[in-house]
Write a protein that binds this ligand. Structure first.
Ligand code: NAG
Ligand code: NAG
Ligand code: NAG
Ligand code: NAG
Length: 611
């Protein structure tokens, strides 16, 4: 049931976790982002309501700088986060230690990145007008330092990205000591990616399936370098905010490494991260990613990076507290599934938000030593099977059953097979096929959802319409089997309702299909493809109905009510209003209709094959 999990994950994301608030302080995953995720609330833009002041503009080894957060207008606040980082090197790394938190019952320490007391957060939701903390400088000169602050005024109002002035190391401090691993700078230029080398000098995962490179929605390429045990990756996506590459040991999202290209306006950063089980993505240090290039040009997000073949992530699994991190290893010598997920960033930040569209998952595990072309899909296999069965049933057989019953009762020269008219054979087989495919499709989707009706609101309409269609088709088949005899008085009533319900089922099924594409986690391209397919199908269906009605009318007018016309040489009809082969409906039209049905089914199947 593994293949189901990406959707379950997305549905969970849509329904549960972004309603958290944190009266007891900020969780550890905000160490890197400083962004409260309060039901998707965006940061306030005003930068003058709160201020961050420091007691001195320079520091010495082990000296203390007092940091005060308050408001010139004495505005109150409930939550706060404070951290310090160098403005020169490894800006993601937190430096120094906080002590002397005032008021002590309002604030707590958070240990970020394995460093004790490297961040301060609130511990309750009581209101304050000012907080003060002492920052103790490290024992080495780490260059200029700045304090980042987020202030939470109320659940729906927070101020992100407040800063102190830069605090310089005292000149007598000695030279700046570089960290052992220096984070690479990100170049803001990406030369075009050559996708024609896919399968040759590099391996690729491209989506959708028919695309070859620049026409793709998203794509990733990789090239292993065995000399220095690194791999070079290239990412491309026609996406708004961010594009994430996930390395996963299974097809489930969770416990995966992610490397993301994330845009804040036109500036793009590259972030290392980790997908927690069924929860959220936490940002991790990107220290070991090198040769970074990232840019967004004309709505196209691109980036390149080199990663070591083996990467170890020390991840804090617990959201709060001082528990030790858990190590995870992502080794490209193991085959892994690649994920591509994309979504929006929070306003004015490069913090990646939830992805509402389903992620692309490579269909098989990727062997990074082979330069192969891999393809992925956003739809789990059972959902694809569901869609295919329903499309064949409703864009195909249902229409055929209706058209045959409506216009071809007099067709096929009234020939019979096994004592039953041909039209009725076709009608009955089509109707039964519709029934069987619909019920199988329903069973597949129920298996996929583990029998649970989805909570996803965007799927609600599709589900209600779908159940209506299923009920109608069951009722129709049952009624068809139990139909009253030809002589029965209720037969005309049966005919009327049988016809009405059949037509209703077809129309509702078209609506059901349209609403299927509105389920939020389908990509925009899929929605467009699907809606157009159904629109064209419906247009043609109506067109054919007009042709059939027109033909019937024309045939009866011309052939029956103008008997004796030389032109048509139909003398023998003059006294005979019974239909016979000359008034029989057009076989050419039926042939065209069947071609149309075949095309519709093909288009619908393309959907499940391409995406
Ligand atoms: C403050 O937090 C407590 C739980 O710690 C909660 O019961 C209370 O409703 C919160 N108050 C406000 C105003 O949010
Ligand atoms: C592989 O890495 C080595 C050492 O860094 C480098 O000299 C070489 O050019 C790289 N090979 C490729 C194909 O990039
Ligand atoms: C980065 O590489 C160094 C040395 O190879 C290693 O000690 C460290 O754990 C790595 N860090 C990450 C986050 O992979
Ligand atoms: C990946 O492909 C290489 C080269 O064909 C092969 O030697 C290796 O065994 C494969 N790796 C796995 C895990 O199958």
């Amino acid at each position: 049931m593994d293949i189901l999990k990406p959707t379950v994950y997305v549905i969970l994301l849509l329904t549960v976790p972004n309603t958290w608030s944190y009266p007891h302080g900020a969780p550890i995953d905000t160490c890197m982002t400083m962004l409260p995720k309060h039901r998707g609330t965006q940061s306030q833009l005003d930068r003058s309501l709160y201020r961050v002041t420091v007691s001195g503009t320079s520091y010495r080894p082990g000296s203390t700088v007092k940091v005060t957060i308050d408001s010139p207008s004495r505005a109150e606040f409930k939550g706060v986060q404070v951290r310090a980082h160098s403005t020169l090197m490894n800006q993601e790394e937190l430096v120094g230690e906080f002590t002397n938190l005032v008021p002590p019952d309002k604030l707590i320490h958070v240990s970020c990145q394995g460093k004790k007391r490297s961040m301060v957060s609130h511990s309750n939701n009581e209101t304050v007008t000012s907080v003060t903390v002492d920052w103790t400088a490290p024992s080495q000169n780490i260059g200029p330092v700045i304090f980042d602050v987020t202030v939470v005024q109320s659940f729906f109002k927070f101020y992100f990205g407040l800063h102190s002035v830069v605090v310089q190391p005292d000149p007598s401090f000695g030279p700046i000591v570089q960290p052992t691993i220096l984070a690479s700078p990100i170049k803001s230029y990406v030369s075009p990616i050559d996708w024609s080398e896919c399968g040759d000098t590099k391996g690729c995962l491209l989506y959708p399936r028919y695309c070859t490179g620049d026409d793709c929605k998203v794509g990733v390429s990789y090239r292993l370098n065995t000399t220095d045990s690194t791999a070079r990756f290239e990412l491309m996506g026609k996406v708004d905010g961010y594009l994430s590459l996930g390395f996963s040991h299974d097809m489930i999202m969770g416990e995966d490494q992610t490397i993301s290209c994330s845009a804040m306006a036109d500036t793009v950063t590259i972030q290392n991260g980790f997908n927690h089980n069924m929860k959220y993505n936490s940002r991790e240090l990107r220290t070991n990613l090198t040769n970074l290039e990232a840019a967004k040009v004309d709505g196209l997000l691109m980036c390149r990076f080199t990663r070591p073949v083996i990467m170890n992530l020390d991840v804090y699994i617990e959201e709060f507290g001082d528990a030790d991190p858990t190590p995870f290893t992502f080794d490209l010598a193991d085959d892994m599934h690649l994920f591509l997920a994309w979504g929006k960033t929070y306003t004015l930040t490069d913090v990646i938000g939830y992805h509402y569209e389903m992620p692309v998952v490579s269909e098989s595990k990727v062997n990074f030593s082979k330069n192969r072309m891999y393809r992925g899909s956003v739809m789990p296999r059972l959902i694809r099977a569901h869609a295919s069965l329903m499309a064949v049933a409703w864009l195909g057989f249902a229409g055929l059953a209706i058209i045959l019953a409506r216009y071809y009762k007099d067709g096929f020269n009234d020939k019979k097979i096994c004592g039953i008219k041909i039209w009725f054979h076709i009608h009955r087989i089509s109707a039964l096929m519709t029934f069987v495919l619909t019920v199988s499709g329903l069973i597949l989707v129920l298996i996929k959802l583990d029998g649970k009706i989805t909570q996803d609101e965007s799927a609600h309409t599709h589900m209600c319409l779908g159940f209506t269609v299923v009920s109608l088709v069951c009722a129709q088949v049952l009624a068809g089997l139990l139909r009253p005899g030809l002589e029965s008085k209720v037969r005309p009533i049966f005919n009327f309702f049988h016809r009405l319900l059949g037509q209703a089922a077809l129309i509702i099924s078209a609506a059901t299909i349209i609403y299927a594409y509105k389920i939020a986690d389908f990509t925009y391209e899929m929605q467009r493809f699907g809606e157009r397919t159904v629109a064209v199908w419906a247009g043609f269906f109506v067109f054919f109905e007009i042709l059939f009605v027109g033909y019937k009318y024309f045939a009866s007018k011309v052939l029956v009510f103008r008997p004796g016309s030389d032109e048509y040489n139909l003398d023998k009809l003059s006294n005979n209003l019974e239909p016979d082969e000359t008034t029989s409906p057009s076989h050419i039209l039926l042939f065209c209709f069947i071609v149309f049905i075949a095309c519709s089914i093909t288009a619908a199947l393309c959907m499940t094959i391409f995406f």
